[in-house]
Design a protein around this ligand. Structure first.
Ligand SMILES: Cc1cc2nc3c(=O)[nH]c(=O)nc-3n(C[C@H](O)[C@H](O)[C@H](O)COP(=O)(O)OP(=O)(O)OC[C@H]3O[C@@H](n4cnc5c(N)ncnc54)[C@H](O)[C@@H]3O)c2cc1C
Length: 554
């Protein structure tokens, strides 16, 4: 792979392996361009694994009158539901409105009191349905108390004015990135993780090559290309400075935190819940996700970009709001894990509050051959890629041809036809409980994962008892998804790090040994990799109780 990067001249080199870079790689490769992508850490290790996991128009943008933004995202939601079935799936959202809510959904002014307030909000939901057009999932509706108590038994009902149900979609963000990258590779893109762009070579005012460092060996080399795409999200200014000497954009990173909770403690299993108002004028989501519930987000200022962390204030803010709306008495002891991410908001005007900065993307084309595509949403990655690659084609003097609106991701074509065979294979291996996860994560390639388990029955065991992730996935990730470190498998190819109370530490030896066999690690390399993972867990969970004890026992 590295040889190929060194020797070829690419039409386009994409810098950054989050959802934005992955989307551009797929779109460009599907149009027949020679494409390379480099990511300095693991794929999806930036903002793209720290999202709320929604593929949505964003009801919270309606009060800000972001109609164009919402419409664009709703169209993309419809396309993703079709092109990535099971990986992107419809989800009912329960939106309760209470008498004490003054500005629900982040409204800028206080709407009329009493039942009129419900009518007012209903107009917003009607607009949300209409903006989705023929791609709407289902129309919103009012939910009566019996239904609400059935779906969300722990939701407080005192002071409840009324409840709406509306539809959006949920995904697994890191798996979406892996699926888009796998699709790009099948269209011929050369893709590499742990390779950082550290500089550029120019001639005649044009960028000719990127200087790249292999982060695993320290070796440096150059990659030649005609166009360079900066898809580095919150690090976008850095690449602009390396390429142009100064950055033309200013990114305002806004830290947002989610908590991972046991579903049974908060009683959110079948539908998501919108907490309609926070003390800082926003809304929160509680999303049933991979057998857990995620609660988020906070919206606070910046910190170290490479290492966003949840602190006690973030955790308490979220728990306090959950306890205000759910009759469950959550405490820090209930938190399984927490994750933080920075939203790449682009500053264009004078807005000071990050919640009010634009969520739309910026496409900046420079004379030198650098194109920066920054900001935006997970939901709109395909649209962002389409615009970017259209610019690239124009620049290369090619006719512009859009191809991704009807392009299913890899493993998603005729998925339902393949399900009976996959279920039957899983039954033979007694792992049928993993089937929903496998179909979501791999589509029809779930068959390949199960075949690994059929060849070696030890691989049919779960990585962690009680979670759906199989040891076969460790092998699959090394062979097919460029997993090179233990965290690549436990944090992004699967979700063990966040879903497991022990954060995968109990499975560390088993996973490490499998990876050592696949990747040819010597014993000292294996020990070093295991230690790196332990340090990652320690850093992530520094504020949690009991982690030190489990580390000592491992
Ligand atoms: C808390 C939170 C919740 C969100 N929830 C949602 C949601 O529910 N739905 C939704 O649609 N959107 C959501 N978003 C927005 C969405 O997650 C982001 O817009 C999107 O993930 C950004 O992707 P990206 O690829 O641009 O950036 P990133 O995912 O950060 O990728 C950039 C990559 O560039 C790499 N890189 C940096 N420098 C270099 C270099 N020199 N060389 C090589 N590689 C480099 C980084 O390592 C990184 O992997 C959320 C954002 C946040 C913060």
């Amino acid at each position: 792979m590295l040889d190929q990067l060194r020797r070829s001249v690419f039409d386009v080199l994409i810098i950054g392996g989050g959802i934005t870079g992955a989307g551009v790689a797929l779109d460009a490769a599907a149009r027949g361009l020679r494409v390379a992508l480099v990511e300095r850490r693991d794929f999806a290790s930036g903002t793209s694994c720290s999202s709320t996991k929604l593929v949505h128009g964003g009801i919270r943008y309606l009060p800000q009158l972001g109609i164009g933004l919402v419409r664009e995202a709703l169209v993309e939601r419809g396309l993703l539901l079709r092109n990535a079935p099971r990986l992107v799936e419809p989800l009912l959202f329960v939106l309760p409105i209470y008498r004490f809510n003054r500005r629900p959904l982040g409204l800028r002014y206080v709407p009329p009191a009493g039942p009129l307030r419900l009518g007012y909000l209903e107009l917003g939901l009607l607009a949300y349905d209409l903006l989705a057009g023929r791609r709407n999932i289902e129309r919103h509706r009012r939910l009566n108390l019996v239904v609400v108590q059935d779906i969300v038994p722990a939701l407080r009902t005192d002071g409840l004015l009324g409840t709406f149900g509306y539809f959006d979609a949920r995904t697994n963000d890191a798996r979406l990135v892996m699926n888009v990258l796998a699709s790009a590779r099948r269209h011929g893109a050369t893709i590499c993780n742990y390779c950082a762009v550290i500089g550029f070579e120019r001639s005649g005012g044009q960028l000719r090559a990127a200087q790249v460092r292999d982060e695993l060996t320290g070796e440096e080399f150059t990659i030649q290309a005609r166009i360079f795409v900066n898809a580095t999200g919150i690090w976008g200014e850095e690449i602009e400075r390396l390429a142009l000497g100064a950055s033309t954009v200013h990114i305002v990173p806004s830290k947002e935190v989610h908590l991972v909770l046991p579903q049974e403690r908060i009683g959110v299993t079948q539908a998501a819940v919108v907490i309609p108002e926070t003390s800082d004028g926003r809304l929160l989501f509680v999303i049933p996700y991979e057998g857990r519930a995620i609660l988020g987000t906070t919206d606070t200022g910046a910190g170290p970009l490479d290492d966003p962390r949840a602190d006690d204030t973030d955790v308490d803010f979220l728990l306090d709001h959950a306890n205000q709306y759910f009759d469950v008495g959550l405490s820090r002891a209930d938190v399984i894990s927490a994750y933080a991410g920075y939203r790449p908001l682009i500053r264009r005007g004078v807005a000071e509050v990050t919640a009010q900065l634009s969520r739309s993307h910026e496409l900046i084309e420079h004379e030198s051959g650098l194109i920066s595509i920054l900001g935006g949403k997970l939901t709109t990655y395909r649209r962002m890629a389409e615009e970017t690659v259209a610019r690239i084609q124009r620049r290369l003097g090619q006719p512009v041809r859009h191809v991704t609106a009807r392009l299913p991701l890899v493993g998603r074509e005729r998925l339902e036809e393949a399900v009976p065979e996959i279920v039957s294979l899983a039954q033979q291996l007694s792992v049928e409980e993993s089937v929903p996860w496998l179909l979501r994560a791999y589509g029809t390639d779930a068959r390949s994962v199960l075949e690994l388990a059929a060849e070696d029955e030890r691989l049919a065991s779960p990585i962690v008892p009680g979670l759906p992730y199989l040891l076969a996935e460790v092998v699959y990730a090394c062979r097919n998804e460029l997993a090179l470190r233990i965290g690549d498998v436990l944090e992004r190819r699967t979700w063990v790090l966040f879903a497991d109370r022990q954060h995968g530490l109990g499975a560390l030896s088993a996973v490490g040994e499998l990876m050592a066999r696949e990747l040819g690690w010597k014993p000292d390399e294996l020990a070093c990799q295991m230690d790196t993972y332990r340090q990652r867990v320690l850093a992530l969970c520094a504020s949690e109780q009991g982690i030190g004890a489990s580390l000592a026992a491992t």
